[in-house]
Each structure stands twice: as C-alpha cells, then as structure tokens.
Write a protein that binds this ligand. Sequence first.
Ligand code: ADQ
Length: 726
Amino acid sequence: MSQVTIVSNRLPISVRKTDGELEFYPSVGGLATSLASYTKDKKNNWVGWPGIVSEELTDEDKETIGSELIKHNCYPVFLSQKQVDGFYNGYSNEVLWPLFHNMPSGLQNLTHDWNIYRQVNRLFAEVVTGLSTPESTIWVHDYQLLLVPEMLRLERPYDLIGFFLHIPFPTTAVFKKLPQAKSLLKGMVGADLIGFHTDTYVQDFLESTQQFHVGTPAPGQVIFDDRVVRVTDFPLGIDYAKFSQAGKQSPVQKQVKANRKKYGKRKKIILTVDRLDPTKGLVERLMAYQELLRNNRRLRKKVVMVMLAIPTRSDIKAYRRLKTKVEQLVEDINTTYGKRRWQPVHYMYKTVPFEELAALYRVADIAFIAPIKDGMNLVAKEYVASRPDKQGVLILSETAGAAQELSDALLVNPKRPKSLVEGLSSALAMRPKELKRRLADMQKQLAANTIHNWKSEFMTSLRSSNIQLEQPTKHLAGFELDKLLHDFTQAEQPTLLLDYDGVLTAFTNKPSEAKPTPQLLALLKKLTKRAKGSVLIISGRSREDLEPWLANRELTLAAEHGALMKSGSAPWRRIVDIPTGWKKTILPILQKYADKTPGAFVEEKESSLVWHYRGASPFYAQKYSTILTRILKPLLHPRGLNLYRGNMILEIKSPDANKGVATSHWLKKKHDFILAIGDDYTDEDMFAALPDDAYTVKVGRGKTLAHFRLNTVEETAQFLERLARA
Ligand code: ADQ
C-alpha cells in the first residue's frame, strides 16, 4: 500500500509541560483511537497539533518535540495561543461544533475567528504539502479542517485526497445560517471522496451543495466539469476483538472485582461515559436519574449511577459552566437521596486507561448513552462489544449516528425528559432473555463492521475514485513567472489573447450579470497600452454581449468563439462562414427542456445555440441535461454539428467555429511574445493553435494543453496587474 498522510487537528500523541519538563502522552477521543494503527507503518505520516501552545515552548523544546514525534511518524503543526483561540476554541468549537450538532452557536462577530480558521487550515495544508510526495494519498479528518482538501487540491491537483467528517452534517436550513457555508462546502469538495457516518448526513450534505451551487449533486456524488467527488456513508466501527476479549486480561479482571466492591455487589450499575460536552446531554441524564429516584422509593439503594466524564475543551466558557452545572446536580442528588452506605452517583472527571474503561463496561448493568446529538458515538458500540457474557442493556439516543446500526438498543429521545426516565425503567425491568437477544443481534452487527473494515473500505473507495489522468500542469509562479514578466518587458510586439468568462471575470448565475467592473476596464486599458494595442478578447459570447461592455478603440474582440471579429472601431467581420439552417430543428428541442427545468434558458447566437443551466436546481439540471444530450446526439452528427459541455452550459455549434481558427487569424499580425489565458474546453483550441514558445495559461482545474496554471479569477487578476506594471 502506498504512503498515506493522515491530517487531523490533534496528533495521536499529545505534549504537556510539567515543572518545565516535556511529557508525551496518548491523545483520547474517538478519532485518535480509531486511526492510531496508521502510525505503526513507517511509510505513513500523521500531521496535527501536539496540544501545547508555542508560547509555552522554547526553540529547543520544539526541536525535542519534533524529533520525539518523528519516531512515531508524527509531524507537529505548532500553533500560537491566538491561533488556538481563534481556530480551535473559537470557530471550530464555539461555532461549527454546536451548529453541526443543531445547538445554539456563537454566530456573532465571526470574521476574526474565521480568518484565523482559514489561516490555520492553510498552515496544516502547507505542512502536508511539504511532507507528502506528489500523487500521494492524503486523508483529512473532521470539522476543524474543512478547508484543507481544497487548499491541497490547488497545490497538488494529482494527489488522492479523502475527507471524513466525524460529527453530524446539519440540515441545509441550519447550515445556511453560517455566513461561510459556501466556502466550507468548496473546501470539502477539494477531496476525491467525502465520508460521513450515516446516509442522513450524506443526503444533507448533497442538499447543501445543491442549494449553494457547489457542483451538481447526483446520487452519491457531486459532479464538476473536470472531476467527480464521491460522497458516501462509512459508519465507523470499533476494534471489536479488543473489547470483547478484554475480560480475559487479569488487570481488567482485578479492576472488575474492585468495581463490584466499590459500587455494591447487588446494586444495578448504570454507567455513563462521555467527554464533558454540551452535546452529550449529561445534565439531562442526571435529571432523568433524579426523577427516577424521586418517583421510585423502592429503587433507592438498589441502583448506582457511575458517571465517567472525560475532561475536554476546558478553555471554553460554556464547557466550564457545564462542568459546574453537572457537579452541582451530582451533589444535589447525592445530598437529597444519599444514605450512609449508599451514594447514588459516583462522578469521576478524568481520563482512564483502557483496562479501567473495559472493567467499567464489564460491570455495568445498563449503559445509559443519551447524547442530544452525536455523529456516531463509539462508547455505545464499545459497551455492546464488551459483553460476550450477554449481560447488560444499552440505552441509546435515537439522535446518535450509532442508533442507525444499533436498532436493538432501547432507543430514547433525549429532548423528551420522560423518554429518558422510561428508558431507565424499561432497562431495569428487562427480562434476561430479551436483553440477551438484543445484545446478540447488536454484537453480530458490530463484529461485521470493525474499525479495520472501515479503514480499508474508505481507502479502497478512495483509491478507486475518479483519478484524473492528466499530466501535472505547473502553477505559474516563481522563476517561470519572473521569466514571463521579463520576456514581456523585452518584447517589441507582444500580443495577448484573453478569454472573458472564468478568466477576466467570475461566473455569475445569469450571464448578463458578468459585466466588467471599472477595475477590470482600467486593467484592460493599461494592458492594451503596454501591449501596444495587441490585445484580443476571445470569447464564446455573442457580439451583442461583448460590444457594449468592451468595445474601445484599442481592444480587438472575437465573439462566438472567433466566428466574428472586431478591431477597435472597425465593423464586425465574419471569420468563418457557417450554415445556420439547423437552428430551426434544434432550437425547439432545447426550448422544450428549458421549460421543464426552472432556471434554465436558451441563448441563440448567430452561429450556435446554448442551453444554460447555472441558475437551475442541480437535480433537474442534471436530469434534463442528460436526457437532452441523449436526444440531440443522433440529430447533430448528420448536420456536421457538435455538442460541447461547458461550465454549466451545453452548446451546439459547428466544430469550424472555434477559437483555434480565430487564433491563427490573429497571429498573422507580427509578434515576438504571446500570452494566452483561458479556462474551459473552448480555449484548448486556442492553445492548440499557438506555437510552442507561447505562454499559455489555464485558469482553474482540469485537463489542458496549456503550459501553466493559475487557480482562480482573483489570482489571474493579480497576475495581469503585475504584467501591466512590469
Ligand atoms: P467523541 O465526541 O469523542 O468523538 P465518542 O465516539 O463516544 O465521542 O468517542 C469517545 C472515545 O473516548 C471512546 O473511544 C471512549 O472509549 C473514549 N473515552 C471516553 N471517555 C473516556 C475516559 N474517561 N477515559 C478514557 N477514554 C474515554 C467524535 C464524535 C463522535 C464519533 C467519534 C468518532 O463526536 O460522534 O463517534 O468522533 O468518529
């Protein structure tokens, strides 16, 4: 298997400083445990934050940390206190985490934290690019790093990039509350494969891509012009054997005995194990237990609740407030109902080693797992696996991802207090035969979908995803950019060929809205001056669009892919003569399907017809553009026409009207420097018609004949500004 680089907020090993000494200890939480085995293979890397802020570290400390972590194939991303506050505590945990769990979140004054979130995501992406070799496999994890896939994709278009979200994906109604929703989606779709725990999250994600016009969603994928992103559910499993066999280890057996003694041999033990997090519903569970004790005198002294709370995110106020509230409630219950020989709640706020956790699972009669919302919840699965003796009842929230697989649990609704109390009563009263059957069925399910299957299924799926088979195109930067600028300044007769949409201006929902801004017009003016009047805007648009926007005395315009040209104030000239009689037959068909697809429309140009679907609902657009293609194909060939799939358009035209013809025509002029910039398939004809020493640049992703690539319209504008000043 080739090299895999795991990227997650935390490394599986954390660092702290005690009395000036560095200490290394294993990180806790679902993600760290599930992926830890990856670091055992020397080929693999893991990039993440080591859990300590840079202000606490000297340069020497950083070196020590780096050299210690590298022994475990881990590479640290060092973060300052300000970065941790804005990126981790702020945007990730006060905004994304609650919002994705459908809970109130801090949506005010986000800009500061959002900027830091972006900055830190970039830092992670830079460390990853520095480490992994081109065309390697990168697996990015979780909500803290939603922008990393896109950042990596721009730098390394040919790497295989996977992304997995460990928390729920919210409904579109909730997600769109985020001002940065679209940027986050675009960040995620930089991956080749996006995984979620459940199909519900997959569907919610696809619906959001549709709402925000990020690609075209189809079942299990999002389609772009040049690539397809697969979106699938991969329910995370556990190391089943580890938990089911744990009871055979003597440290676990010893701990089981100690627990029995501590909590009372005949008492029914109700266990809760969670990070101390507002989404986990700890207060709600304590209140349900309190209610149970209040209404059932006979249960008092017969039950014990063991609450294991794992310390987490204690820098955040809401988490500190929650801790106080939980501890206050524990104290209230213990003072109200406790007796000399009976403590109703045993509360522990700590991380425990595996043996201790396994021993708790082994003695618990009931695992009371009732998060308000949870991506998956591994504790529920670990408990079920830990009971090969077929003793024990699992109470589980129907709102946890795990409930979709563990439907034999006693499912409760954490938002209804009564449901939690009833869950406890039913669990306490469940007959042995019934609980055995339920456990056996759930165990079968978990044994068949372990963490090992999960990893290999994700990786197999990633490796079989739509790999781009194109050759890498160099990013226009560094030495090559300097050389281009130098050659331009030295040229006596430079010439520029620039496409319009997707190069000089970004795509808009309606083509008529992509008017040039005053800045763009000023830039074009500077460029024409520098290129001594030799600038050709070469576009697929009609002359009616181009002329009012761009006509000035010095620019030359080529409309309809170069079928028509106009230099300065001279009239339009036809460069190629194309029959147009076919439009009578094709136009009504296009119109019929535009009428069926709200938001789609037909544009009639002199030598072509265009079916635009950028403004249409992606599901309809996908459906009808496919049907249209099927219907049109047999009609086009006999008429010498072709169908082209562009950026959210289908265009029907003669192959003779192409930018290559216009380019050859243009190059009859004298020149000693050529720069051509384009972004879609029509520009490939232009690149093909140019001599090999021309500077050719493709904007955005996708296969190209161009020698260089720029990533975005903004980057292109910056480059052209530099050129104008050169
Ligand atoms: P978490 O919110 O951390 O994970 P969970 O899935 O329950 O929630 O994982 C917690 C892990 O920590 C378990 O493996 C458990 O054994 C361990 N643990 C809990 N308390 C402990 C303690 N006191 N001491 C030691 N270990 C303890 C996030 C998402 C989940 C998703 C996981 C994995 O919020 O929904 O299931 O990632 O994707």
